[in-house]
Write a protein that binds this ligand. Structure first.
Ligand code: CMP
Length: 140
């Protein structure tokens, strides 16, 4: 297996509950290394662009409103097959379906306030990393 990078967002429900460290600890214990991290307030335009793939979905407006409702922490994670490792520790999108021991299983409030976002493919990881980070900000 190769060492790769993926993209993560610690969402506003987690920053509101002061869970940035708790989430990061679970990522690190899953073998992922945080090689870039910044706390930002996303603009509406930034959130709409990031989630453009979902713009026809009925929940798009609520998703964007939620993602700009407070600060988020955007991160680049590195590790063996980082995309899959991150998805495994995140758990299912809906916390009702997420296994115990996963971030969403332990910490998420709802399908919308589900604590973390993670890229769903290596291709999307590269796109999502570039959306928020310059190469110089990523230090492995
Ligand atoms: P995320 O991985 O950030 O990608 C898109 C997000 O849309 C997803 O996590 C969920 O938080 C959110 N989402 C997916 N399905 C629904 C839904 N039915 N209602 C509200 N939000 C949803």
């Amino acid at each position: 297996m190769a060492v790769t990078r993926t993209f993560s967002i610690i969402k506003p429900d987690a920053t509101r509950r002061n869970l940035t460290g708790a989430v990061t600890k679970m990522l690190e214990e899953a073998g992922l290394r945080v090689v870039a991290s910044k706390r930002i307030q996303m603009s509406r335009e930034q959130a709409e662009g990031f989630y453009a793939v979902h713009k026809e979905r009925p929940f798009f407006g609520e998703l964007v409103d939620f993602m700009i409702s407070g600060p988020v922490v955007v991160q680049v994670l590195e590790g063996e097959n980082a995309m899959q490792a991150n998805r495994d520790i995140m758990g299912a999108t809906n916390p009702k379906d997420a296994d115990a021991g996963t971030i969403r299983g332990e910490l998420a409030e709802s399908i919308e306030a589900n604590t973390v976002h993670g890229s769903d493919s290596d291709e999307n990881a590269a796109i999502e990393i570039a959306y928020f980070f310059d190469d110089a900000e990523i230090v492995g």
